[in-house]
Design a protein. Structure first.
Length: 358
């Protein structure tokens, strides 16, 4: 299949972890169907509209609750513009009420997926909208290995490792990375929750609980997910007498999770901003090019196995003028920024071609 026939999917979510989950699921779709799928992302409604008008994606996976323009407003704007009206919109929502989910359908969305994401359900919903003739290969429909990676501590209070691994289809490395990033992104969550309760900012309290709910369920933090959902429901239903007690339960759950995830802090991604001088060690293009092209193919297919090639590439290129780009390449692949990784790969290839010609 050529690049011209690729299916374009835009993921819109203000939570980076949700974008990574959906990118991982789309990677599985690529493997199981052979479909050529390009993925881009946007973190807010305004950015989503700009990208949609510029690239005309086939499908927009659209979060409902976002700061600024919410998903409903984005959907309305896309449908009102004749240039984007035909784009298929699938809502990704953590909302529990049927009337809230059906609202998007009435506005022109074709379907919705529910957070926390069940990868099998997401795949079954997405594939027909990507290509109605696509068939999921039975040979690749295997049950993921739910044995935790040896790098996980034996005891992780607040985290159901088996559930978390199910969400990422058995990819222990990805789950570990997401847990670490969750810890970083929610380090101030307790203070924010207590401040919102203290000043009576119900909108902020509901928003914080909603954000926690949407992500917690995807990392195996089942009790935190439940406490967040109960807090959000109480605020949205105006049950003010319950706010303090529910907020304290939520604070306890998030504190437990953060304490647990401190054990994984040493696995944080490396800082490439201070990479040492590149040096001028020579590179053998004959050895490097095949691995670089293999990586390019995996990136273009949103293959989660792309990370397997980073170490061989580092072994060939680190310690010379390519070192900084290779370090950035590793970070991009680890964070599932495959489009960014391809840009870095282009720069490496261009330097290599210039040297060869020179």
């Amino acid at each position: 299949m050529t690049a011209a026939s690729a299916h374009e999917i835009l993921i819109v979510d203000d939570e980076p972890l949700n974008i990574k989950f959906l990118t991982a699921v789309i990677s599985a779709i690529t493997k199981q169907t052979g479909l050529n799928i390009n993925v881009t992302s946007a973190s807010n409604g305004e950015e989503a509209l700009k990208i949609s008008r510029e690239t005309r994606p086939d499908i927009v996976l659209l979060d409902v609750m976002m700061p600024g323009m919410d998903g409903y407003e984005v959907c309305e704007a896309l449908k009102a513009d004749q240039e984007t009206a035909d784009i298929k919109i699938i809502f990704a929502t953590a909302m529990g009420r049927e009337q809230e989910r059906s609202r998007g359908m009435e506005m022109g969305a074709v379907d919705y997926i529910v957070k926390p994401f069940d990868p099998d359900k997401v795949i079954n919903i997405l594939v027909p909208w990507i290509d109605r003739n696509a068939v999921i290969s039975e040979a690749t429909e295997t049950v993921p290995d739910l044995t935790p990676d040896m790098d996980f501590p034996d005891d992780m209070p607040g985290i159901d490792i088996k559930d978390g691994l199910m969400r990422v289809q058995g990819n222990a490395k990805l789950l570990k990375q997401l847990l670490i990033e969750f810890r970083k992104s929610r380090v101030n969550a307790v203070a924010e929750l207590r401040d919102a309760l203290l000043v009576g900012d119900d909108d902020k309290l509901a928003s914080l609980a909603h954000g926690l709910k949407g992500v917690a369920g995807n990392i195996g933090a089942t009790e935190l997910h439940k406490a967040s959902a109960e807090m959000e429901s109480a605020v949205r239903e105006g049950r003010a007498t319950e706010f303090a007690a529910l907020c304290e339960i939520l604070v306890q759950k998030i504190s437990q999770i953060l304490d647990t995830l401190n054990q994984l802090a040493q696995a944080a991604p490396p800082d490439v901003s201070s990479t040492e001088d590149d040096g001028d060690q020579s590179v053998d293009p004959q050895k490097a090019r095949p691995i670089l092209e293999d990586l390019r193919g995996r990136l273009e297919e949103n293959d989660m196995g792309a990370d397997e090639l980073i170490e061989p590439i580092k072994a060939l290129l680190t310690g010379n003028k390519y070192a900084r780009n290779v370090a950035q390449l590793g970070v991009s692949v680890d964070s599932l920024d495959f489009a960014g990784a391809l840009t870095i790969l282009d720069a490496i290839a261009e330097t290599m071609n210039t040297e060869t010609q020179g």
